[in-house]
Design a protein around this ligand. Structure first.
Ligand code: CO
Length: 218
């Protein structure tokens, strides 16, 4: 078995040469600075790659990914990315992007426990447990319940993002910052803008809690 990933390194060389062939200054410009307008918080799923889905070049979107696109409000990883994106890069848009068929959401719905990932997904499994009966009543088949949980997960993470002191402080000092909730469908390659959209603390506070029964309805 190959000990070095020469095939990947070869692909990298081909990619870089292709970029320079099309735009001779491509990497010279890139090296100066990054000026992304967007922060993407998405799932680590190999199919859900921010730049490809958005048709953006390197330098155009700042990215944080983890299992199930969860925003843990004590997670130093997501918080430091968030702070850097808002305070240093001055991004205008925070996008939480979930996806249908998410293994993290499926795991949270399964009631499984014992793995480290179950601790990570705990807020989501708690939310599912709370809404389980109503979810089954509103969305008959398991596939529909699964799809809806993938959407509700996004709703929860947007709310959590909006509750961080980092986002609150940005709004308090008048910095323009818009939060978006999207779901990506791996079967057709298209994004759905499902919300919520939040651009201020007032809008956030007017939003029903994700624990409310109404949060389950579409
Ligand atoms: Co996923």
């Amino acid at each position: 078995m190959a000990r070095t990933l020469t095939h990947l390194l070869a692909r990298n060389v081909a990619w870089a040469r292709g970029k320079v062939a099309a735009h001779p200054d491509y990497f010279r410009n890139m090296a100066e600075a990054q000026r992304p307008k967007y922060l993407w918080i998405g799932c680590s799923d190999s199919r859900v790659t921010a730049n490809d889905i958005l048709g953006l070049e390197p330098g155009e979107v700042f990215v944080h990914r983890n299992l199930g696109n969860i925003v843990h409000t004590s997670d130093l990883n997501v918080l430091s990315v968030l702070e850097f994106a808002i305070d240093q890069l001055k991004v205008r848009h925070l996008i939480v992007c979930g996806h249908y068929g998410c293994g993290g959401v499926r795991r949270a719905m399964s009631g499984a426990r014992g793995a480290l990932s179950d601790h990570w997904l705990q807020p989501l499994s708690m939310l599912h447990r709370k809404h389980k009966c109503r979810l089954e009543a509103l969305f008959g088949d398991e596939r529909s319940q699964f799809d809806r949980m993938c959407e509700i997960n996004v709703g929860m993470q947007v709310r959590r993002l909006a509750a961080t002191p980092i986002v609150e402080d940005a709004w308090a000092r008048g910095q323009e910052l818009h939060l978006h909730g999207w779901v990506y469908a791996v079967h057709d390659g298209l994004l759905r803008d499902i919300g919520p959209h939040l651009s201020s603390a007032v809008e956030r506070d007017a939003l029903p809690s994700i624990d409310d029964d109404t949060a389950i309805e579409r």
